[in-house]
Design a protein around this ligand. Structure first.
Ligand code: ZN
Length: 309
């Protein structure tokens, strides 16, 4: 049965980059394709619902975002609940990806390792990689199940909530990281402002996001794999740079970001995008017994390293 999104579930938002409320529609909403059950499951941690909401572009600054959208208190509630065994199955692959990332990022810290805060750390795989490399680790994650998993699996505490739930002192951290987080939060500018406050001058902010301005996104258009209902904001190099600058950062590096996942998981996730391709991939991988292969992949993910001014 078709489900009509109730007005009180939705909110209209101005441009998070420039504050204007003047936009053009890139893709219109297709809520007729969603069921009530699907809506309830929309904001699980790995959120693999295809984009059903309206994607708009600010006429003043060009920033792309979802508007109107599900109310933010419902979004956070959605993140705090739910479980995701499939996400967790990839912890080893994530640790490997993050270890390589850190090796690269540490070139920008001149070998210094201090207090590190990973915001939206999921199951804490990045923190585990950082801890092994000598960082003093802190992390927060809205999903309580993932926090408990990290405690059990890695033995460290993760603060349950978003960045505002536990305000740290000014200039407390040498580094803050946002892995696949900024496009999910209700107010990216407010998050960056808070990070600017808790980072030391000269400290690093590392952000990874799917770039809607990448050639792959442009080639795939509405079929681009990162057009998902859980992604509220669609950055590209220009808009992320401007948002970082507005909040007291200087961008020192932007580059494509390769991630690694087990082939079995990739084919499982691919089913969201194409049932046929996902099933064929999955079957092939199982037949060849290569589901555990760690495959580097790039679908438009972009890494930004910025320095607090
Ligand atoms: Zn704007």
């Amino acid at each position: 049965m078709a489900f009509e999104i109730k007005e009180e579930l939705m909110e209209k938002v101005p441009c998070n980059l420039c504050g204007a409320d003047d936009y053009e529609i890139i893709y219109s909403a297709s809520y007729d394709k969603i069921s009530q059950q699907e809506l309830a499951e929309k904001f699980r941690s790995s959120g693999d619902e295809l984009l059903l909401d309206q994607l708009v572009q600010c006429k003043r600054c060009g920033f792309k975002y979802i508007n109107p959208r599900i109310r933010q208190e419902l979004i956070l509630k959605g993140y705090s609940e739910g479980t995701d065994e499939n996400f967790i199955s990839q912890a080893d692959a994530r640790e490997l990806t993050f270890d390589k990332c850190l090796e690269y990022i540490e070139k920008f810290t001149e070998g210094k390792k201090g207090k590190l805060y990973d915001v939206g750390t999921a199951g804490g795989s990045f923190l585990q990689a950082a801890k092994k490399r000598g960082w003093e680790i802190y992390g927060s994650e809205p999903n309580r199940w993932l926090c408990a998993w990290a405690k059990k699996h890695y033995g460290f505490e993760i603060l349950a909530g978003d960045i505002f739930a536990y305000p740290f002192p000014d200039k407390f951290f040498e580094m803050v990281t946002l892995w696949d987080v900024l496009e999910h939060v209700a107010d990216p500018s407010k998050n960056l402002k808070e990070i600017s406050r808790i980072l030391q001058p000269g400290g690093l902010l590392v952000v990874n996001y799917p770039d809607i301005g990448s050639w792959l996104s442009k080639a795939m258009r509405k079929k681009w794999i990162f057009l998902l209902s859980v992604h509220l904001f669609y950055f590209e190099r220009e808009t992320i740079t401007r948002m970082l600058e507005k909040n007291g950062f200087e961008v020192i590096k932007i580059k494509p970001h390769f991630q690694r996942l087990g082939l079995g998981y990739l084919t499982y996730r691919a089913k969201t995008y194409s049932n046929f391709l996902g099933s064929v991939g999955n079957w092939t991988a199982r037949k060849l017994k290569i589901t555990d292969w760690q495959i580097p992949y790039w679908l438009g993910q972009t890494l930004v390293i910025a320095r607090k001014k």
